[in-house]
Design a binder for this molecule. Structure first.
Ligand SMILES: [Zn+2]
Ligand SMILES: [Zn+2]
Length: 326
């Protein structure tokens, strides 16, 4: 069980409320932004104070309600949007990149994200963006045609997001951002996506973990769409990297900030390693992700999951299979 940094943030998450903005530690603010209609409830973006202005970690969902909530919260904690110098995006999912363009327009900030999550890069090396990759992966799951078509159709709505976001900087791997006496390291930590990056405020001992290491629950694995893709192996290595940072506080994009990062990294690694072991065993008597997915442990039985959740589970299972068969 993770130790919350702030009990109010954790209890709001458990009560399915959106907490008000709050200080995580000196100079670091958590700004929860509501995600209406999403089971996640809210995403937390973070503001870091530096002598040269503000750094924003992640940028919510592209919806007027998110933008309004975000700008109201920034004013509430006494900051000015125009002071944002840098927008550091952990990864290219719609709930993380939504208003990056708007922040850049309001402040002139530079927008940064890992190169492998940049869709123009993906178009070149993966032959297309999210839907192309999803379609290619679904074909490998062994699911019946009508299931594949249903899952693909269901994903079209959420796929339309900042595939056109222009980045000012797209580091291939790690990066370093110096603003006065504040240094923020970007660490390439793939697994949830191929370009996923966690950011470390080295002087304050805080790591912003995006969707790679939340306070509780598993990490969703990336869509495998090219030969050689191994999101499960990537994730295990990324968790080692985060554990070995020896920093105090983890700030994930969902749920709540927590302490004792090493214990959490080990717990999450053990969970995914157990999943890999289960899949390895099931592969002796089952042939495909579609046959295996109902047997994996989740919060609800397979039959009770909605189309979107089933799609996530099926892709996750395909990634686990690649993790044990490669
Ligand atoms: Zn994500
Ligand atoms: Zn997310």
């Amino acid at each position: 069980m993770s130790i919350p940094v702030n009990a109010r943030h954790a209890s709001a998450y458990r009560a399915r409320d959106v907490p008000a903005p709050l200080q995580v530690t000196d100079g670091v603010w958590a700004v929860p932004v509501p995600l209406r209609g999403s089971p996640l409830g809210f995403i937390t973006v973070f503001l870091i104070e530096t002598p040269e202005g503000l750094v924003l970690i992640d940028a919510g969902y592209e919806h007027p309600s998110c933008w309004e909530s975000f700008t109201r919260s920034v004013a509430e904690i006494g900051h000015d949007l125009a002071a944002v110098q840098l927008v550091l995006l952990t990864h290219n999912h719609p709930d993380h990149v939504g208003f990056a363009d708007r922040v850049r327009a309001a402040s002139g900030a530079r927008v940064v994200m890992g190169r492998d999550d940049d869709f123009s890069h993906q178009n070149r090396v993966r032959g297309g963006g999210f839907l192309v990759q999803l379609g290619r992966a679904l074909e490998q799951t062994g699911a019946p045609r009508e299931v594949i078509d249903g899952m693909y159709g269901d994903a079209i709505g959420v796929a339309r997001h900042s595939e056109s976001l222009d980045l000012d900087l797209a580091p291939e791997r790690d990066s370093e951002h110096v603003l006065g006496d504040v240094t923020i390291l970007g660490l390439h930590t793939p697994g949830h996506t191929y370009g996923h990056t966690v950011y470390v405020d080295t002087s304050r001992g805080v790591v912003f973990t995006g969707d790679t290491m939340m306070a509780e629950g598993p990490t969703q694995l990336a869509i495998p769409s090219l030969p050689g893709d191994d999101p499960a192996g990537d994730l295990l290595r990324s968790l080692d990297r985060i554990r070995d940072l020896e920093v105090e506080i983890a700030c994930p994009a969902h749920q709540f900030p927590y302490r004792d990062i090493a214990a959490r990294a080990d717990e999450l690694k053990a969970f995914h390693q157990a999943e890999l072991d289960t899949v390895e065993r099931l592969l002796r008597t089952h042939d495909s992700a579609w046959e295996i997915v109902p047997h994996l442990k989740r919060t609800k039985p397979w039959e009770e999951l909605g189309t979107g959740t089933k799609r996530f589970a099926l892709i996750h299972t395909l990634s686990l299979i690649l993790g044990v068969t490669r």
